[in-house]
Ligand binder design. Structure first.
Ligand SMILES: *Cc1c(COP(=O)(O)O)cnc(C)c1O
Length: 360
């Protein structure tokens, strides 16, 4: 078995234990004589899979009873429309634009109502998180929207914005389950699976129950109404069943690892190793302000495009793959999600340090 260290931002590395278990259950899921891929989503067996996944997520995140967990499709991008369609009762929403994903959500919001950009870090290529302690939140805003971890630029909200009592909607796709969060701070949480929890095709939505309502914007498709999915335990239509099954396995794995406090410690330790090296390197440097650094996505550069290319190519030859930065920003990016072992980051840092010596 020749597994590489996969630093992709998504679809991303999954825990080997989870992949192995899925392989073991591929031909015959626990005596059913078939694979979860071939199974009716109306079966008792699948019901157990989805309910166990929900309960494990609830336990992991301490999700209170007045929140619902939904598994939906369409990627996190579909949620950029679903959020305004379901929540824009006054047709006003405030967006904090800290990267491409927040910008896309903001642009989508404009289709449905008055979406306001109340803060942005675009002036410095999204390399920081703006001060959000006293923003011009609209009195009639239906929600304030953030992308909590900016996958492309490698920044993270370490302090949530002061929403002045308005509902906070957070796209947590790339930091979901990387550390404990207080769910009660949010009205709605979005997490596309392929970053930190499972295969592409599933999106987890955690929504406060009073926000699941019938009076959505006119013309909202049935499939985009949160109520449709909430009323049917995410089984209104055929769900992304295999993806939910794998997410469930990752939730179990996280519980076995000791939960989110332990994951945070592990993630901080990995990130520190890489950032400490970047801070002392004479060749490589991080691209975002220190206080706002993500512990999931770590972008870095050298001063030469040629050297960046050489580094990415040689790293790949050494089993360190998918280290290119996002196509819109270039340079390098190491995504070090939950499933990336410490040894992977150690190997990366060792390789960077050798590369620096050889190319100095
Ligand atoms: C990847 C990503 C998205 C887009 O996810 P899709 O599933 O491709 O639609 C949205 N937000 C964040 C923070 C992401 O990292």
């Amino acid at each position: 078995m020749a597994r590489v260290y996969n630093f992709s931002a998504g679809p991303a590395v999954l825990p080997e234990e989870v992949l192995q278990e899925a392989a073991d259950e591929m031909m015959d899921y626990r005596g059913c004589g078939l694979s979860v891929m071939e199974m009716s989503h109306r079966s008792k067996t699948f019901d157990d899979i989805i309910n166990t996944a929900k309960q494990d997520l609830k336990d992991l995140m301490n999700i209170p009873d007045d929140y619902e967990i939904l598994f939906v499709q369409g990627g996190a991008s579909q949620q950029f429309a679903a959020v305004p369609m379901n929540l824009m009762r006054n047709r006003v929403a405030d967006y904090i634009v800290t990267g491409q994903w927040a910008k896309k959500a903001y642009q989508e919001g404009q289709i449905y109502g008055d979406a306001y950009k109340i803060a942005s870090s675009e002036d410095k290529t999204f390399s920081y998180i703006p001060d959000c302690s006293d923003l011009p939140i609209h009195d009639n805003a239906d929600y304030v929207y953030i992308c909590e971890n900016n996958t492309i630029y490698g920044t993270k909200f370490w302090k949530l914005p002061n929403t002045k009592g308005k509902i906070l909607v957070s796209d947590m796709s790339s930091c979901f389950l990387s550390q404990p969060v207080d769910v009660t701070n949010y009205g709605l949480i979005i997490a596309g699976a392929q970053k930190n929890i499972g295969p592409a095709g599933v999106v987890v939505v955690i929504i406060r129950k009073d926000l699941i309502r019938d009076d959505v914007l006119p013309c909202t498709p049935t499939m985009l109404k949160y109520k449709t999915h909430a009323d049917n335990n995410s089984l209104y239509n055929t769900p992304p069943a295999y993806g939910i099954y794998i997410c469930g396995k990752v939730f179990k794995w996280l519980k076995d690892m000791g939960g989110l406090t332990v994951m945070q410690e592990r993630n901080e330790k990995k990130a520190k190793l890489l950032y400490d090296y970047l801070d002392k390197s004479k060749m490589f440097r991080g691209t975002v302000v220190k206080e706002d650094r993500s512990i999931m996505n770590v972008p870095f550069v050298t001063d030469s495009d040629e050297l960046n290319k050489k580094f990415i190519a040689e790293a790949a030859q050494n089993g360190l793959v998918q280290l290119s930065g996002h196509r819109t920003v270039g340079g390098m990016r190491a995504s070090i999600y939950n499933a990336m072992p410490y040894a992977g980051v150690e190997k990366l840092v060792k390789f960077m340090s050798d590369f620096e010596k050889e190319n100095a």
